[in-house]
Ligand binder design. Structure first.
Ligand code: 5AD
Ligand code: SF4
Length: 451
């Protein structure tokens, strides 16, 4: 059936929660829907199909998606033809239970079944009962097609997925349950996508996976590249000005990967290295498979390879059994590493995880107090780090003109910090490189003048 016969183009609305993997998955779904003759709308009330791409990493993330789904019940009452699909990690985790609880949801589709979205929508449109697609697979099964460039708000930088899933089973984490086992994408497919993007004008590529440092390991094939091999292959593509990747588990950060930071000029000096806790007892109970000392050695190794590298992290406070002394060990780690930035969270129980069954849960008020203290101290450290940049001239990749129309422009440093700057005569293109002299530091950005 062709949508061209309908009087008004059919429209789809996609709401995305969670990480960059989910953002990339939403782009893929947008493209699949375009191919099925839908236009993507940013206005929910115009949509014939609503996709809610959910995240379940913490209780709060899941609640946000569930509350949007709750509100959609009314929309469906007003427009019974509206098709509602729940995708992403909550879809995988809850499966059919979502449809049992929410009769207005037509489709539940896990992250490894995205490619079935158009076919399942067609079934509902032709009177089918809706359904649940959460079968897990152990091959890389995202559609191998190529992102549309014009669909992006910032067309000079794009994500490229290099692997799906995670094998680590940290005791607090749902990802191995929602995204399945690690599967690496074939290097030829990755390179084809990268080349297409660069030919279309993309300057910055971020390689994506839950645990990129173990890229290729599950393949156990002699000539399948490991992660440093892949980085070298991608970095050598002409036209890539900046190369980044995320996310990594410190346990798989090898000396070979550290050397890449010394050797590859376009590999950006930024490493997001989630530590989670500074206490060996807690790290063990989290099943992180590294100690505080081993982690610090990796930080030192990275700084030896690339002295200007910015290291950022994720931290969890109030993990079950976390004592005052454990928490103090995390606070002391902040002083020792002096992170450029940190995301920090209160521990929350997640379905199926091992730690959900642990005794000694930390009280909510204690978690909140610890989080406040940690965030306040990290903000000071981040600010001090930013102040160290004052007076430097740095390479900035232009993102665009400030919305205030005050002649200010905005871009990113190689460490991925927002840099606002003035002194532009004429106009600049997104993706262009400029030199900016830093004059002031703010909590989340730097300010300066074109040099
Ligand atoms: N509770 C709190 N924070 C969590 N994270 C992952 N699982 C949980 C949980 N159950 C945090 C970790 C991870 C980041 C993406 O989310 O810090 O690195
Ligand atoms: Fe959220 Fe993790 Fe799923 Fe990403 S992989 S959407 S962070 S639960």
């Amino acid at each position: 059936m062709s949508g061209k016969q309908t009087p008004r183009p059919r429209q789809a609305y996609i709401e995305t929660f969670g990480c960059q993997m989910n953002e990339r998955d939403s782009e893929i779904m947008g493209q699949l829907l375009s191919q099925a003759d839908y236009t993507i709308t940013s206005e929910l009330h115009r949509a014939d199909v609503v996709v809610v791409n959910t995240c379940s990493i913490r209780g709060k993330a899941q609640q946000k998606a569930m509350s949007l789904l709750g509100r959609l019940k009314l929309a469906k009452k007003k427009r019974p033809g509206l098709i509602i699909a729940v995708t992403g990690c909550v879809a995988q985790q809850e499966g059919a239970a979502i449809r049992e609880r929410m009769g207005h949801v037509d489709l539940v589709i896990g992250p490894q079944n995205l490619q079935r979205l158009p076919e399942l929508i067609r079934q509902v449109k032709s009177g089918g009962p809706g359904g649940v697609a959460i079968e897990q697979s152990n091959t890389f099964n995202l559609p191998a097609f190529i992102p549309e460039l014009e669909s992006s708000a910032l067309p000079h930088k794009r994500f490229v997925t290099i692997m799906q899933g995670c094998n680590n089973f940290c005791t607090y984490c749902v990802v191995p349950y929602t995204r399945g086992r690690e599967v690496s994408r074939a290097p030829a497919d990755i390179l084809a996508e990268v080349r297409h993007l660069v030919a279309g004008g993309v300057k910055e590529i971020t390689l994506l996976g839950q645990n990129v440092n173990s890229y290729g390991m599950e393949r156990q094939e002699r000539d399948f590249p490991n992660f440093p091999d892949l980085l070298r292959l991608v970095a050598a593509e002409p036209g890539i000005v900046r190369l980044r990747f995320t996310t990594s588990n410190p346990k798989d950060l090898s000396p070979e990967l550290m050397r890449c930071f010394a050797e590859l000029a376009n590999l950006c000096p930024h490493f997001h290295l989630p530590v989670q806790s500074g206490s060996d007892v807690v790290l063990k109970r989290m099943n992180r498979k590294y100690s505080r000392a081993e982690y610090l050695e990796k930080v030192a190794g990275l700084r030896a390879a690339r002295p200007d590298i910015a290291i950022t992290t994720d931290l969890i406070v109030g993990f079950p059994g976390e004592s005052e002394a454990d928490f103090e060990a995390t606070m002391a780690l902040l002083e020792e590493v002096r992170y450029h930035g940190a995301f920090s969270f209160k521990y929350s129980d997640r379905p199926k995880t091992v730690s959900a069954g642990f005794a000694d849960k930390v009280e909510e008020s204690v978690k909140a107090a610890r989080l406040n203290r940690l965030q306040a101290r990290q903000q000071e450290i981040t600010m001090a780090r930013h102040q160290e940049d004052i007076g430097k001239v740095m390479a900035v990749m232009v993102e665009g003109e400030s919305r205030d129309g005050d002649g200010q422009w905005s871009g990113r440093s190689d460490t991925n910090l927002v840099v606002n700057f003035s002194g532009v005569v004429g106009t600049l293109k997104p993706g262009e490189m400029v030199q900016v002299r830093v004059e002031a530091a703010c909590q989340n950005s730097l300010r300066g003048t074109l040099s």
